[in-house]
Design a protein around this ligand. Structure first.
Ligand code: FMN
Length: 312
């Protein structure tokens, strides 16, 4: 790092052939299909938009209530409500394609064949810059976390997606496992381009008077600042065993949170639940990062990556 620099820091990041203007993305399921936020912020300033999880067929999602507030976080069980891949391609993708940020499409399947078919459709669609494979959703009865919590199944989904497209592929892992590094290592061997860490942690909140769950579906996924140390630990552990880029996600609310993830080894970050409270959160984080880098004389965001200082 150079203390005499005065020009703006270089925020560009590459993940395989995916080129991002900056490392700040909005996380899947917390930013709709992008257009919903167009009047609330300067969307074009984002590095990437990761779209809401999309399946082959439309999904109705889980019963309400789908969200509940918890200490330093929230629980959700949306159950991947989405219009299905056809409507996504015809109605949502054209707008996203015109926007400046990279478009990363989050996909979900109940079977390996579902993942293959969605990937093939997206491979042929104009405007998809990369895929993010969700094998980590805790809120669906089939697929999702069932693939992500078994190293062999996780690798198999990743391999099948890899075979169906040359577009960059990120695989999003679940923290609800004993050894996330083992799963990451197996998935990385399949030739995918990066990993997103982490999806939500399984949680349950009850109404103490009635004993009933606060969520209509019972158990849900915990997100927000409460999970940040779990996410930073996952990024750190995984970066010890893989050579591919890691995208950090989980509890990022302010720019110092993002710096934590870079230091742990992430090359880019995603902002999730924080957007619900403050739609401008991701852009405030980007501005804060640039200011911090200028202040410490860091010319390139890559110079922060992996600068964790652990005692041996
Ligand atoms: C309401 C809600 C919906 C979500 N939907 C998806 C989804 O469709 N696909 C996915 O991979 N992750 C989904 N997630 C997980 C987030 O992308 C993110 O991994 C998680 O919330 C942790 O980040 P955060 O603490 O910044 O929110 C969802 C999270 C929330 C809160």
């Amino acid at each position: 790092m150079n203390s005499t620099v005065s020009q703006a820091p270089d925020m560009r990041v590459s993940i395989g052939s995916l080129q991002l203007a900056n490392p700040v993305m909005v996380a899947s399921g917390t930013f709709g299909f992008g257009q919903e936020y167009a009047d609330l912020m300067d969307i074009d300033a984002l590095g990437a938009i990761v779209t809401k999880g999309t399946s082959l067929e439309p999904r109705k999602g889980n019963p309400a209530p789908r969200t509940a507030e918890t200490p330093a976080g929230m629980l959700n069980s949306v159950g991947l409500e989405n219009p299905g891949i056809e409507i996504f391609i015809s109605d949502k993708l054209p707008w996203l394609h015109k926007a400046r940020p990279a478009v990363i499409v989050n996909i979900i399947g109940s079977t390996i064949r579902d993942y293959a078919e969605i990937t093939a459709r997206l491979d042929a669609a104009e405007g998809v810059d990369a895929l993010e494979v969700n094998i980590s959703c805790p809120n669906v009865s089939a697929g999702g976390i069932a693939f992500g919590s078994d190293a062999q199944a996780a690798a198999e989904v990743s391999r099948v997606v890899r075979q169906q497209t040359n577009k960059p592929v990120l695989v999003k892992l679940t923290p609800n496992v004993t050894d996330i590094a083992e799963i990451a290592a197996r998935v990385a061997e399949t030739g995918i381009n990066g990993l997103t860490l982490i999806n939500t942690l399984k949680g349950l909140a009850l109404d103490y008077r009635t004993g009933k769950p606060l969520l209509g579906n019972g158990i849900g996924g915990l997100s927000g600042p409460a999970i940040r140390p779990v996410a930073v630990r996952a990024v750190f552990e995984v970066c010890q065993v893989v050579d591919i880029p890691v995208v950090g996600c989980g509890g990022i609310v302010k720019w110092p949170d993002a710096v934590e993830f870079f230091r742990a080894g992430a090359c880019a970050i995603q902002v999730g639940s924080a957007t619900f409270r403050n739609p401008g959160a991701a852009l405030e984080i980007l501005d804060g990062l640039k200011e911090y880098m200028a202040e410490i004389g860091c010319t390139s965001v890559g110079d922060l990556v992996g600068t964790v200082q652990m005692d041996d």
